[in-house]
Design a protein around this ligand. Structure first.
Ligand code: NDP
Length: 388
């Protein structure tokens, strides 16, 4: 029988919800491009309910316990003697969400003698030391596509919020003010601007598609070029590297995974190549940008705004400089954890567990590492050397 250790974020401060703002979430059966949404044999949760926090348990308890397995759920994941470290020593499976990552470092993987499977309930497995996982024969899987569109929508929201300078104007409304000139002194239209994405995978391409009707010029860079018909349909300008692309853009959005090729990519030198007053949006991973370089660029005006939801470490400490830097639109790591997304990644986590427990293959598109190397989606999008 397996021990499944699930690390989730804390419940809402007021306790687990007993009612919700809406009664349903739309049912999504297929993603753009045709990939099937999760197809577990069953689920034990109500779509649209809070599943990603401790009491939600990703809806897994009845399923696992009915088969005789053990489920341990905790939010206590950091610091000496934390519940995660205590429970990890004999866990067979670890489940974690990028929003509240249980960092599976090489040391932790070495200490987890029974560990065979690490599931990311969401997308982005950079909190797992993939080299160590491969060395120790730990399969790594994530619920590919489950929240890609959720994040793309967040990026569109943040793009408009930064360019139009929405957040300070909203604060004026909250504060009882009517200071029009103050509200518009940094406010522009997106129309006519040049927008570029670093990576045009599931999220990046969805952002391009969603921004096309705003009458902007769209740019992208990626390791693999998109089909010619997609480039034509959206009028995309391809650039071989990020450094080639950013001088042409007013807005840049980062949508690549964190791995050795992308870590620290947006440093002082790259930021200096951007147009003065450009906006940078990063919902990918914080370590793709140099934390202090972003602060400096905002302070000098090289960047007119920075927004995103990814920080390092997570949760971000109260004195993290991105909380107080000028002209930012940061949120905690939430873009991929809407109630709609939770429905999909909880179902996908269940599907992965069912496959693994039944000894049937995990869908190739969910695999990041396995069979002694990067595998499935991971072999396409990651590079060896990813450190938690
Ligand atoms: P995909 O795997 O669909 O897309 C990733 C893309 O990045 C691929 O097209 C890949 O290229 C490209 N890429 C990889 N390395 C580079 C590089 N060095 N330069 C340029 N492009 C590169 O993933 P998603 O779009 O679904 O997600 C992207 C990332 O977004 C995730 O890895 C995760 O870190 C983050 N994310 C954040 C969430 C949040 O809540 N904030 C939620 C979900 C994801 P190719 O495959 O062509 O080699």
């Amino acid at each position: 029988m397996a021990k499944v250790l699930c690390v989730l974020y804390d419940d809402p401060k007021g306790g687990h919800p007993t009612s919700y703002a809406r009664d349903t979430v739309p049912r999504i059966d297929r993603y753009p491009g045709g990939q099937l949404a999760p197809t577990p044999h069953g689920t034990d949760f109500t779509p649209g309910h809070l599943l990603g926090s401790v009491s939600g348990e990703l809806g897994l308890r009845a399923f696992l316990e009915s088969r005789g397995h053990t489920l341990v759920v905790t939010s206590d994941k950091d610091g000496a003697g934390c519940a995660f470290d205590r429970e990890l020593v004999d866990a067979d499976v670890v489940i974690s969400q990028p929003f509240w990552p249980a960092y599976l470092t090489a040391e932790r993987i070495a200490a987890a003698k029974n560990l065979k499977l690490a599931i990311t309930a969401g997308i982005g497995s950079d909190h797992v030391d993939l080299d160590a996982a491969i060395t120790h024969g730990v399969t790594v899987a994530e619920v590919t596509y489950s929240n890609s569109i959720s994040v793309a929508e967040h990026i569109v929201m943040m793009t408009l919020a930064l360019v139009r300078d929405y957040l300070p104007a909203h604060r004026t409304a909250l504060d009882g003010g009517w200071d029009i000139a103050d509200c518009v002194a940094r406010s522009y239209d997106l129309e006519g601007m040049h927008v570029g994405t670093v990576a045009a995978g599931r999220i990046g391409l969805a952002v391009l598609r969603r921004l096309a009707p705003f009458d902007v010029t769209l740019h992208y860079t990626d390791r693999h070029r998109l089909p010619a018909e997609t480039e034509k349909e959206l009028g995309l300008v391809f650039h071989p590297t990020t450094a080639d692309m950013v001088p042409h853009c007013d807005v840049v959005t980062i949508n690549a995974p964190l791995h050795p090729e992308t870590e620290g990519l947006f440093n002082d030198e790259l930021l200096a190549l951007m147009r003065r007053g450009a906006y940078l949006i990063n919902t990918a991973r914080a370590r793709i940008v140099d934390r202090q370089a972003v602060v400096r660029a905002l302070e000098t005006g090289q960047l007119a705004g920075y927004a995103g939801d990814v920080w390092y470490p997570q949760p971000a400490p109260a004195d993290h400089p991105w909380r107080t830097m000028p002209h930012h639109g940061m949120t905690p790591h939430i873009s991929g954890s809407t109630l709609s997304a939770q429905t999909r990644y909880a179902a996908g986590t269940r599907e992965i567990l069912e496959s693994w427990l039944d000894g049937t293959p995990i869908r190739d598109e969910y695999l990041i590492a396995g069979h002694g190397g990067l595998a499935g989606a991971g072999a396409h999008s990651y590079a060896i050397g990813t450190k938690a």
